[in-house]
Design a protein around this ligand. Structure first.
Ligand SMILES: Cc1ncc(COP(=O)(O)O)c(C=O)c1O
Length: 476
């Protein structure tokens, strides 16, 4: 077995995890018949609730009632809890103009679709975006405008000069839409410089902060921001869109319905003021309470402690992966600061098989596939046009066996050095098996419809009848 020589010496002691999450230490079944404490390395996908969040939700539930829709005492309390969460969401974004509002929605995807609808772009307008983006920050813009892309290097990064070139191409973009941190490599673009460069050329900026917001303070200056509660320890279905009130003043909202209006006749509607105009339907007050508790807990722990904890984990994870024979770490060079994310491939093994083995044999939870960022993965993997055409044809025929991709391990507030070390040992074993031709302890079968692998065993938790064949671990 190959182990990482750099693991404990050069990487520094990992500070104790700064917070506990509901479900930490949960026992999960493995195919050797044991139950092991789940090693959660999938924070970039979604996060369990902070214990403070679960406590806040439980404390609120007796007061639960409709928001902005009742005269009873409980409705008044619920409304004030909801509005307090809105104020905290805005405050979390740092110093903002007084004219800004926070709209509470479901998640980042909904926020971006809402903004794309609201900006009233013309189909000839250009939105400048990047090939690094999550699909959520690509597809909504393609529906309402033309997209111009900032390319990335084979390491998955771009420079401020690359952004400037995109900003200065004609026609002048109506918006720069970019991510605050990559969900694939954890790379952090130089946001203050980029935001300044855009503003110097009269281009407003939308920042997709889904990955940034749980890990770093949000930069000042972005005109619009969006983030998701479920990625920041508040998995109760609330997300946030922040921007100038003026954007939401004219015309109809993204969703039409109750709560968004001042007056309705059978052929007339008078929309109410934003932000309520943008929040048709009964608001998710439990999600809002959870989100506020998470934001306040992050602020209590403090960004320096969060960044220090995650920086040490990032180094340990990325250096450790890079040191394993047969493993290729994707993304920026090791001396570049990233979030604590390590995305990698193992020579000779499908990403789906690596992820399945980590789960079934070691109880380690990671994500695999293209992480809702197909254009970025294609570039990081360096796929040729012929390779892309081949897998595209297969996918169009319903066969997902050869979809390219990678495995992603990602850390968060409750991650410990032991979690990273468990992953590194397991990956070293898997890579060693691949290079020596040693078979896994049980055969694994691939489902062509999803591309996922499943161990062939009768062990509890993994028997054939416990497999839900409609599940896919790698939806894009
Ligand atoms: C960078 C980035 N943007 C947007 C999204 C979409 O977030 P959500 O699924 O919460 O809408 C994600 C989710 O993975 C993401 O990582």
């Amino acid at each position: 077995v190959h182990t990482s020589p750099t693991r404990s010496s050069a990487d520094g002691a990992v500070p104790d995890p700064p917070a506990r999450l509901v479900g930490d230490g949960l026992l999960v079944p493995c195919i050797d018949g044991s139950e092991r404490a789940y090693v959660n390395l999938d924070f970039a996908a979604s996060t369990s609730a902070l214990t403070t969040v679960a406590d806040a939700v439980n404390a609120f539930l007796p007061s639960y009632a409709s928001v902005h829709r009742g005269a009873g005492f409980k409705s008044r309390s619920a409304t004030s809890a909801y509005e307090s969460a809105r104020a905290s969401a805005l405050a979390f974004c740092g110093d903002r103009p007084e004219t800004d509002i926070a709209i509470l929605c479901r998640n980042t995807t909904e926020a971006i679709n809402q903004l794309a609808y609201r900006l009233r772009l013309d189909s000839d307008d250009v939105v400048l975006t990047t090939v690094v983006e999550h699909h959520a920050n690509l597809l909504p813009w393609g529906r309402v405008a033309r997209r111009r892309y900032i390319e990335c290097s084979p390491r998955g990064t771009f420079t401020v000069e690359d952004v400037v070139a995109g900003l200065e191409s004609k026609p002048v973009p109506r918006l720069l839409a970019l991510t605050g941190a990559s969900n694939v490599t954890g790379w952090l673009p130089s946001l203050p410089e980029i935001i300044d460069a855009a503003h110097a050329r009269g281009v407003p900026v939308f920042l997709d902060a889904a990955q940034l917001a749980p890990h770093r303070p949000l930069p000042g200056g972005a005109d619009y921001l969006a983030f998701s509660g479920h990625k920041m320890y508040a998995p109760y279905g609330t997300g946030v869109l922040v921007g100038p009130r003026a954007t939401f003043m004219d015309g109809d909202p993204f969703l039409a319905g109750g709560g968004a209006v001042d007056l309705v006749d059978l052929d007339e509607v008078v929309w109410t003021e934003p932000p309520e105009r943008e929040e048709a339907g009964s608001p998710n007050v439990v999600g809002a309470v959870a989100l506020e508790a998470a934001l306040l807990t992050l602020q209590d722990i403090g960004w320096p402690a969060i960044a220090e904890h995650e920086a040490v984990l990032a180094t340990r994870l990325r250096r450790g992966l890079e040191a394993i024979d047969g493993v290729r770490l994707l993304g920026p060079a090791l001396d570049t600061e990233t979030l604590a994310i390590g995305t990698f491939t193992v020579e000779g093994l499908p990403h789906a098989l690596v992820a399945a083995r980590l789960s079934a044999e070691w109880g380690i939870g990671v994500r695999h596939g293209c992480f809702c960022a197909h254009p970025y993965l294609i570039r990081l993997l360096g796929l040729s046009a012929t390779e892309i055409a081949a897998y595209r044809d297969q996918v169009l025929q319903g066969d997902h066996t050869a979809v390219p991709g990678a495995v992603r391990a990602s850390c968060g507030l409750s991650s410990a050095a032991a979690d990273v070390d468990a992953l590194l040992d397991a990956v070293a074993q898997v890579a060693n098996d691949a290079s020596t031709g040693r078979a896994p302890p049980v055969p694994y079968e691939q489902d062509p419809r999803t591309g996922d692998f499943w161990p062939v065993t009768d062990r509890p938790g993994w028997a054939a009848h416990e497999r839900d064949s409609s599940l896919s671990c790698a939806r894009g």
